[in-house]
Design a protein around this ligand. Structure first.
Ligand SMILES: [Cu+2]
Length: 443
């Protein structure tokens, strides 16, 4: 006997299978694959509402196809090999050939259908961090959907209800899968192209890894002691610069799926945080900053007027995060006589190198390193060693860049007389404390 409730239930099921049938009939869109580790040109819209596309540092945006009024994307979760910088490759898990996965771009109001194929050796899901979507599309394995088993493809369908910057990552064996690099960014452009428009729009996600020197696989159980601090799974000097035309209004969208916060600092300018993964910040609530902290599991987007030409360092302000694999066990030897130390150590280990008695500047130092690791501090600029690593790159603001030109313009040509310079001066002996205190303390 059919109860009314049973009848409705059946009808709903018929509806559901009809939707599935339609998708199957329409076939799954081809999955684009990326084999490059440098920033790909922006993907301009060919139809629909106009928007200024983003560029992803050392990454790309996922191509899509239109199917009726649905925008269809295809993500493939799979093992990948990611080059962190020249000289170091790591076996990660990612999407469509790289880790992190491609940026997904759409427009507010778009209906999107995202196919996710699992080519990992274990199940996965995709969670759409920060997006306002139906609960059943939220991608939390076990809670809102069955896990996607290896070899299977699932479909996520939802409307991009609000514009902004979001992230995607698995909610399925999450600790392992995120520690292996499974993540990416979602940018939803406002439907109104006049809403807070910018001239250049950059996006990247921060992640951290513990990859012991000479090895190729992150230690996924590591909780705190990471040694690779990455922007889009790249470290300095492997991170793309941000080429900017003088006078451009620039947006930088930063996601943090690492296990600690990162205070991100831009030299030479002040900026305002204009958007988080929760939405746009009203202008009345914005304030000027030169460093903004990006908490774990959050997005911060800042807008900056690039009105100061030059090569401007852009980096995490935790100084250990602008280093590559480092020996954290190294003792602080500043002030220790190098000669005595070298003698003492030399007796024990004849090939050793005493370092650090005047600091750790390593510009002219060469140390043997195992294969597949990177120097702690590296990189060379036009004036010498830069001695950075990890989360460091350069915003290159130039007068003569074309509108959509994102190629590295090379080192800045400093106008004559604008660079700090050496003067003739007598040998600067350290200033001694005067014999008598200059102020008497009242007791
Ligand atoms: Cu940091």
């Amino acid at each position: 006997m059919f109860s009314r409730r049973g009848f409705l239930g059946t009808a709903a099921l018929v509806g559901a299978s009809a939707v599935q049938g339609r998708v199957q009939a329409a076939s799954i869109p081809e999955a684009a694959h990326m084999d490059k580790v440098v920033m790909q040109p922006p993907l301009h819209p060919v139809s629909g509402p106009d928007y200024r596309p983003v560029v992803t540092l050392n990454g790309w945006s996922l191509p899509f196809r239109m199917n009726g009024d649905w925008k269809e994307f295809h993500l493939v979760a799979e093992p990948v090999v990611r080059e962190f910088a020249e000289g170091m490759k790591v076996n990660l898990w990612g999407y469509n050939g790289q880790s992190p996965g491609p940026t997904i771009e759409a427009v507010e109001g778009d209906k999107v259908r995202i196919f996710v194929t699992n080519r990992l050796p274990e199940y996965t899901t995709v969670h759409w961090h920060g997006m306002i979507i139906p609960s059943g599309m939220d991608g939390v394995g076990g809670l809102t959907q069955p896990h996607i088993q290896p070899g299977k493809t699932f479909v996520y369908e939802f409307e991009m209800r609000k514009s902004g910057t979001f992230m995607y990552h698995p909610h399925s064996d999450e600790m392992v899968q995120m520690a292996m690099g499974m993540m990416g960014m979602v940018v939803v452009h406002p439907r109104d192209p006049n809403f807070r428009p910018v001239d250049r729009d950059f996006v990247f996600v921060m992640s951290t890894y513990r990859v012991d020197p000479g090895t190729y696989l992150p230690q996924v159980n590591e909780m705190t002691d990471f040694n690779m601090w990455t922007w889009n799974a790249r470290v300095f000097p492997g991170i793309d610069p941000l080429p900017v035309r003088l006078g451009d209004k620039v947006r930088v969208r930063i996601g943090n799926l690492s296990m600690t916060n990162h205070p991100i600092h831009l030299h030479g300018h002040s900026f305002a945080v204009t958007c988080t993964d929760g939405g746009w910040i009203p202008e009345s609530a914005q304030y000027p900053e030169t460093t903004t902290d990006v908490p774990v599991g959050a997005v911060r987007v800042f807008d900056v007027l690039a009105d100061n030409p030059g090569d401007w360092a852009f980096h995490c302000h935790k100084s250990h995060h602008t280093m590559n694999a480092m020996g954290h066990a190294v003792r602080n030897l500043i002030g220790v006589s190098r000669k005595d130390l070298a003698k003492a150590v030399g007796k024990l280990a004849p090939d050793s190198m005493a370092m650090g008695s005047t600091g750790m500047a390593m510009g002219n130092m060469e140390m043997p390193a195992p294969d597949n690791t990177l120097p702690m501090m590296t990189g060379t600029g036009q004036f010498g060693p830069i001695e950075m690593g990890g989360m460091f790159t350069v915003m290159k603001i130039r007068e003569d860049l074309a509108r959509d030109d994102y190629r590295d313009p090379g080192p800045y040509k400093f106008p004559q007389g604008t660079v700090a310079y050496e003067v003739e001066a007598p040998d600067a002996a350290p200033v001694r404390q005067p014999g008598k205190p200059t102020h008497k303390m009242k007791m």
